[in-house]
Design a protein around this ligand. Structure first.
Ligand SMILES: Nc1ncnc2c1ncn2[C@@H]1O[C@H](COP(=O)(O)OP(=O)(O)OP(=O)(O)O)[C@@H](O)[C@H]1O
Length: 310
């Protein structure tokens, strides 16, 4: 269990993490989402005692990191896969970590096998490892102490599709063993497949802490309606807008409608005797839900540059 209460971090005038209160519980994968600069890495660094909170607390298993007697046995983390001495082999790196934490050397071979690094790859100097292999090595380090809490910051960065699936299965398996698993990622579709619950940050503040289905449902559904007749389509558009919906053209004869249910679209068409060729509702994607949630908190929004107004 990770417990954050009133967690705040300021760097000069930048508020990186702003009064964050959330519990990240065991037995599930919690996805940690937010636009660039939202404060995810800073939060993870505070959980690991690498950054000191300006205010509030970050606890692992009820205690601040620096009070943990055997930290590697309590929490494992992949933060920056490149944080390995470039000339040292992956195996030597893990052996050093193991020794300084009273972990037997054979555990190194176990975790290397778990992450799929063979003897040849594990014997290479870290600088010769591909990004994907570096990620695997970082994950091996996180698993070394067999901890009940795991945090992976962007673990699928640089992994090929097989590697991505592997991380997904690993995260799910670790959660299935009752561990607390916190995974940050920019890839919404990946989060949708991996996480049970989401914690979403924007400008350091908590925007959502809910099961993934709830976050997606919060973005509402989208209705697609095909109206073959041009005049009918214009009439229906007017009625939908009057009913509070947002309507966008979708191909030559279709509309995408948000803000009202499919039933309401059907009723409004029926009242005017408008012929429909399709009426379908689809749930918003996590991507859309994320965009809606974080619209006000992106650090650098793209703005029109003027000049070319086409
Ligand atoms: N050491 C530091 N000194 C000054 N500002 C910092 C420092 N570390 C982070 N920040 C700032 O704090 C804010 C949060 O950064 P953080 O890296 O935690 O966000 P993030 O959500 O992990 O972003 P990304 O997805 O881009 O990694 C940003 O505005 C960043 O510029």
């Amino acid at each position: 269990m990770i417990t954050l209460s009133g967690l705040t971090k300021r760097f000069g005038s930048t508020v990186a993490v702003d009064d964050l209160t959330v519990d990240i519980g065991p037995g599930r994968v919690t996805g940690f989402l937010g636009p660039n600069g939202a404060g995810k890495s800073t939060t993870m660094r505070m959980i690991l005692g690498l950054d000191r909170p300006t205010a509030g607390r970050a606890l692992v298993g009820g205690r601040p990191y620096r009070e943990l007697r055997h930290p590697l046995h309590e929490v494992g983390a992949l933060l920056d896969a490149r944080a390995v001495h470039p000339a040292r082999s992956g195996r030597a790196h893990l052996l050093t970590m193991a020794r300084s934490n009273g972990i037997p050397g054979r555990r190194v071979d176990e975790v290397l096998a778990t992450v799929g690094l063979d003897a040849r790859a594990a014997g290479k100097p870290a600088r010769a490892l591909s990004l994907g292999m570096g990620q695997r090595l970082g994950i091996a380090g996180a698993l070394l102490g067999d901890p009940p809490v795991l945090m992976f910051d962007e673990p699928v960065n640089g992994l090929d599709p097989d590697g991505v699936r592997w991380v997904r299965r690993l995260a799910r398996a670790l959660a299935g063993e009752g561990r607390t698993v916190l995974v940050s990622s920019h890839l919404m579709s990946e989060m949708q497949l991996t996480a049970d619950r989401l914690v979403v940050l924007g400008r350091g503040r908590l925007l959502a802490d809910a099961p993934i289905e709830e976050v997606v449902a919060g973005a509402g559904t989208e209705v697609r309606v095909r109206v073959p007749d041009d005049a009918d389509r214009a009439v229906l558009t007017g009625r939908l807008v009057a009913a509070g919906a947002t309507v966008e053209p979708d191909g030559p004869d279709a509309l995408t409608v948000t803000g009202v249910t499919a039933e309401r679209v059907g009723d409004l068409a029926y009242e005017r005797g408008i012929r429909l060729h399709e009426l379908s509702a689809r749930e918003a994607s996590l991507e859309q839900a994320f965009m809606a949630l974080t619209a006000d908190s992106v650090e650098y929004a793209a703005t029109p540059t003027g000049g070319d107004t086409r």
